[in-house]
Ligand binder design. Structure first.
Ligand code: ADP
Ligand code: AMP
Length: 220
């Protein structure tokens, strides 16, 4: 029986986790789970959870662990996660990582963690230049990966929008939250022997090739 495995994409906001997670999830036939996307969806639908997390996200802070874990546990209980999934933007704190470990162990999953390493000057450019399709979620960048027609998605013609938290003042707080709360996870996973680091400052194609190689080696 094939090993059930969780892929965890770790790294600062803007490192390219979502861009790569979409591709890898599609090629492996497993769901792409972005807690950021789930919270944005709750905010745009105006649910109780959305109302709770909206001001926190607008400040660039992390949502409390109990709310994150509840959301994740519910999502992982769905049948499409039975053989594996790619996490992007989760876990982001040590208690979240420990909580995920308990879920994975209970359900017989292995894990592979990829740390997306990239310099801070590139992150600012990537975040402030990011545009996302309001229909299918395709990710663009006005500087490095523009759509063919300005403001319109190449894939489905949807309108491209800028995330409210990609404004420079919020970006600074998000990068600080990463340094403070998420970066310690690299040591946590290194100690477990499950951490691979990639040069996420390279082009989208180069990062994708590096990821494919790691996944191929992990399977053999
Ligand atoms: P994250 O999910 O880590 O926050 P995204 O995947 O949304 O990051 O990417 C952030 C921005 O950087 C987007 O505008 C995306 O188009 C761009 N981007 C992603 N990967 C690369 C790359 N390797 N080189 C240049 N720009 C990239
Ligand atoms: P992202 O789309 O991953 O950049 O996340 C956007 C925002 O959603 C973050 O700045 C946090 O406010 C919130 N968020 C997403 N994932 C998490 C998480 N795992 N833990 C805490 N907050 C999160």
């Amino acid at each position: 029986m094939a090993l059930k495995r969780a892929f965890i994409f770790l790294g600062p906001p803007g490192a390219g986790k979502g861009t790569q997670a979409k591709r890898i999830a599609q090629s492996c036939g497993v769901p792409h789970l972005s807690t950021g996307d789930m919270f944005r969806d709750a905010v745009s639908r105006g649910t109780e959870l959305g109302k709770q997390v909206k001001p926190i996200m607008e400040r660039g802070e992390l949502v409390p662990d109990d709310l994150v874990m509840k959301l994740v546990e519910e999502r992982l209980s769905r049948p499409d996660c039975a053989s594996g999934f790619v996490f992007d933007g989760f876990p982001r704190t040590i208690p979240q990582a420990a909580g995920l470990d308990r879920i994975l162990e209970k359900n017989g999953f292995g894990k592979l963690v990829i740390d997306f390493a990239v310099s801070e000057d590139k992150l600012m450019r990537r975040l402030t230049g990011r545009r996302t399709c309001s229909v299918g979620g395709e990710i663009y960048n006005v500087y490095d990966a523009p759509s063919k027609v300005d403001g319109t998605c190449d894939v489905d013609g949807g309108k491209l929008t800028q995330r409210a938290d990609d404004r420079p003042e919020v970006v600074k707080e998000r990068l600080a939250a990463y340094e403070r709360q998420t970066k310690p996870l690299t040591d946590y996973y290194r100690r477990q022997g499950v951490l691979e680091t990639i040069d996420a400052g390279a082009s989208v194609g180069e990062v994708q090739s590096a990821l494919h190689k790691i996944l191929k080696d992990a399977r053999s």
